[in-house]
Design a protein around this ligand. Structure first.
Ligand code: CTP
Length: 395
């Protein structure tokens, strides 16, 4: 997504400037070309050498340098940027941009660029809540600048409040989102993810190895592409994706209820969850104590959520997943047909890089007409994108 994109990072003089180093690294890791402009005050907090080393480019600070090449820095930097990110953005730089001032390399470049500009304010809470700063941010937003709300938490002076620079992955996600075409705008997408847990006493349950990574990637990508996303998730260790309506559930029955509650408005349902097919028939009120001899737990069937959706599919696009150890394509094709899906994403647990806990997946997408698209080993984010491409085609 960020591969070969030109990202211009503007760093201004706040204590969070040190996080810009990590941000630069994160962009480089994703294959972007990064150039950095630092204000004079930023260099009080972090050295240009650090940013030069991490960005693998000269660091730009001076409007009137005679040592660089012949191009006019603020014009060339502004022109080549696909996106500009100011992180951290102080009250001062926010005020200058909002007031139309351009008195250093960063503010002139921002003035000269036609690329989207993401401003990440970071400052003391009282400064951030100052009505003049608020007003300046509102004015910037009205003029098409993107503002990433600061996070709430501990600040440099040991007080708590709003004003922290959001964590690096959040800034990266926002930039990726800015650069993503909103081709799913207007769609309402339900994504289910993770395992379900089926308890048989207050301390024990039956579950499976699902990590939720595939479903979370689909939810995050659908949101980036402009959809309204409801993510219904069994218990996972993953951070909630930003910007989606998140509904945590535990059992298959809870997942079913949550899905049915949101189904009416949905235009797409993507069922990446590994729903337990069976649940213990009874749930003991107290912890079951061990006794001599074996313990029998009677299981009963859970409802098949996607099959239920298939029955009242209407114009919705329904995508299921099939994880198999044997006869992948035959089994997946049968599920697609029996459960009235539009697409089924089949993955073979025996393949290296596919399956539950990995960050990658190897999938084949089957459709109703018998079409098969086998994808190579890809990152789950990329897999999510490819699945959504197919959904988009059907829509
Ligand atoms: N699924 C569901 N509700 C269930 C079981 C499965 O909605 N109770 C959905 C899954 O989210 C997935 C698809 O059905 O999208 C296929 O799940 P899978 O467990 O592989 O298929 P089953 O039909 O349950 O077949 P089997 O367990 O026999 O392989």
């Amino acid at each position: 997504m960020l591969k070969n994109k030109n990202i211009l990072i503007g760093i201004t003089g706040g204590i969070a400037a040190y996080k810009a180093a990590e941000l630069t690294r994160a962009f480089i890791k994703k294959g972007a070309h990064v150039k950095v402009i630092m204000t004079k005050n930023a260099a009080e907090f972090i050295t240009p050498l650090t940013l030069r080393t991490l960005s693998r480019n000269p660091v730009y600070m001076d409007m009137f340098s005679l040592t660089g090449d012949f191009s006019i820095a603020h014009i060339s930097l502004a022109r080549e940027a696909d996106v500009v990110v100011i992180a951290p953005a102080t009250a001062n730089v926010i005020g200058k941009i909002a007031g139309g001032l351009a008195d250093d390399l960063l503010t002139t470049s921002v003035m000269a660029t036609t690329a989207p500009v993401l401003i990440c304010p970071a400052m003391n809470t009282n400064m951030y809540e100052n009505p003049i700063v608020k007003g300046n941010l509102a004015k910037l937003a009205e003029n098409g600048y993107r503002i990433l709300e600061p996070a709430y938490g501990e600040l440099a002076e040991r007080t708590e409040g709003a004003g922290r620079l959001p964590e690096v992955p959040e800034i990266v996600d926002e930039v990726e989102s800015i650069l993503t075409a909103k081709d799913l705008a207007g769609e309402k997408i339900i994504v289910t993810a993770g395992p379900t847990q089926e308890p048989f006493d207050p301390v024990r349950f039956i579950t499976n190895h699902s990590s939720g990574k595939m479903g979370y990637a689909v939810a995050a990508m659908a949101r980036r592409r402009g959809a309204d996303v409801v993510l219904i998730s069994g218990p996972t260790a993953l951070p909630k994706p930003r910007g989606v309506k998140f509904i945590p559930v535990t059992t298959a029955l809870e997942m079913r209820d949550a899905v049915m509650k949101h189904l009416k408005d949905a235009t797409v349902v993507i069922k990446a969850a590994a729903v337990a097919d069976y649940r213990p028939a009874t749930r003991a009120a107290s912890k079951i104590k061990k006794k001599e001899g074996p313990l029998e737990i009677m299981l009963e069937r859970n409802p098949d959520i996607i099959a239920e959706i298939g029955k009242k599919k209407g114009r919705r696009v329904v995508v299921g997943f099939a994880m198999e150890t044997d006869n992948l394509i035959e089994n997946a094709a049968a599920k697609l047909k029996n459960k009235n899906m539009d697409l089924i994403v089949a993955n073979d647990l025996n393949q290296e890089g596919a399956g539950f806990q990995t960050d990658t997946n190897v999938i084949t997408i089957l459709d109703r007409k018998g079409g098969r698209e086998a994808l190579p080993l890809l990152d789950k984010t990329e897999v999510a994108d490819r699945i959504l491409d197919r959904v988009k085609k059907i829509l």
